[in-house]
Design a protein around this ligand. Structure first.
Ligand code: NAD
Length: 380
């Protein structure tokens, strides 16, 4: 008989983190696979899940030490401090959004403790891993929330309204960067009744923008740009392109009421898309939500978690937007982890066994070493 796999679910300790890595639904599903779930007391409270809810789903609930004792798998949202993880089984997995470039000391700590750290944000963007893709699940919600927060800060309405007291005109909303978050931002702003336009460097997004009923704003003057880097991500653009893009944006942005920026280039600081001079050209009362705030911001002057006012324009950016939707963000994140573990569940072994493609993509540490090539290049 194989030993039942013990999965520990930690309460998050990072300031502002409201999410949790398992829900009663995923506790039930993981138990059905044959795992024992142990949830730290209070782990779900900020996502509106009580200890009792977890117990009712079949989990043990208790203090950190009890939960971690002999756990073979640790689930968390953000990579936990390795110092917390005493008592886990040797070679245990740590499954989380580990942020290895920002939290290098954590990675070294997992290696030193002989743990196998698995960075969920490194999940390859291949069809079979779509249901495990935490960046997509969280970006989608972030794109939605960005529009709602901007709408809340805007002193006018989004939809056109014809009233007895006169007409309210529709807000003009411009979405910069049309990946997962940008597509949801377009859809949300459209649902609220705004007139929406959007831009990206990847020309493949033009049709997606149109299919959502928004107007594409694209650099046409620089030939031969597809904007596509590896794995469907954007690459860095030429200077000529950047100049043309800045001119185009300058002409367009002055007429916008709401700007949502979402542009990212993997492994680099976020590209600067909106300058202070461009902000000055906007109407007072306009609102910018900068979803790239945690990566340095797309907008000049963004300060994470503060509302900054420049030239009468409010600039908003959260350091952790999905944490502002804790219940849904947790539900989707928890399902991503369940989908991951269950896809690799090996009946005879009584636990998950990774294949080469996904294992090599996400594994940061194993056997006391930092094993991920992107981290070894950095001298680790
Ligand atoms: P991302 O978060 O890395 O970047 C957001 C957007 O910003 C991207 O569309 C990017 O092209 C754009 N951008 C970068 N520089 C810019 C600039 N200077 N100006 C304007 N826009 C700029 O992207 P993402 O949301 O992670 O999605 C990237 C791609 O991956 C998309 O095509 C998405 O559909 C695809 N994807 C595939 C899978 C899968 O197959 N499993 C899963 C998720 C996403």
């Amino acid at each position: 008989m194989t030993l039942q796999r013990r999965i520990a679910v930690l309460a998050e300790r990072a300031p502002g983190e409201t999410r949790v890595a398992a829900t009663p639904e995923t506790v039930r599903k993981l138990s059905a696979l044959g795992a024992v779930l142990a949830v730290e007391s209070g782990a779900g409270l900020s996502a509106s899940i009580s200890d009792e809810d977890y117990r009712a789903a079949g989990a043990e609930v208790g203090p950190l030490d009890a939960v971690l004792a002999n756990a073979q798998i640790v689930f968390a949202v953000q990579g936990p401090d390795p110092a917390l993880l005493g008592g886990v089984a040797s070679g245990a997995w740590v499954v989380a959004i580990i942020d290895p470039f920002g939290q290098r000391a954590h990675v070294d700590g997992y290696a030193a403790a002989g743990l196998e750290a698995l960075a969920m944000e490194f999940m390859p963007r291949i069809t079979r891993a779509q249901s495990m893709d935490v960046l997509s699940s969280q970006s989608n919600l972030a794109g939605y929330k960005a529009v709602l927060v901007a709408a809340g800060a805007y002193g006018r309405a989004f939809p056109m309204m014809m009233t007895a007291a006169g007409t309210v005109s529709a807000a003009k909303c411009f979405v910069m960067g049309v990946g997962v978050a940008g597509l949801q931002a377009i859809a949300t702003a459209r649902r609220l009744g705004a007139q929406v336009s959007a831009t990206d460097v990847r020309s493949a997004t033009k049709e997606q923008i149109q299919s959502l009923g928004a107007k594409p704003i694209f650099v046409e003057s620089v030939a031969g740009i597809e904007g596509e880097g590896s794995g469907g991500y954007a690459g860095e653009m030429s200077e000529e392109y950047q100049r043309a893009q800045a001119e185009l944006v300058s002409a367009h942005i002055a007429k916008q009421d709401i700007v949502i920026t979402t542009a990212l280039i993997p492994g680099r600081a976020a590209p600067r898309l909106v300058t202070d001079a461009q902000i000055a050209s906007m109407k007072p009362g306009s609102v910018i939500f900068d979803l790239a705030a945690p990566q340095g911001g797309n907008v000049e002057g963004t300060v994470p978690d503060q509302v900054v006012e420049r030239h009468g324009v409010r600039i908003i950016g959260y350091s952790n937007t999905p944490a502002h939707l804790p219940a849904d963000a947790s539900a989707l994140y928890a399902r991503n982890l369940f989908n991951f573990v269950s896809a690799f569940w090996h009946k005879e072994q009584g636990g998950p066994v990774l294949d080469e493609e996904i294992g090599e993509a996400i594994r940061l540490t194993r056997g006391g070493q930092v094993v991920h090539p992107r981290l070894q290049e950095q001298g680790g």
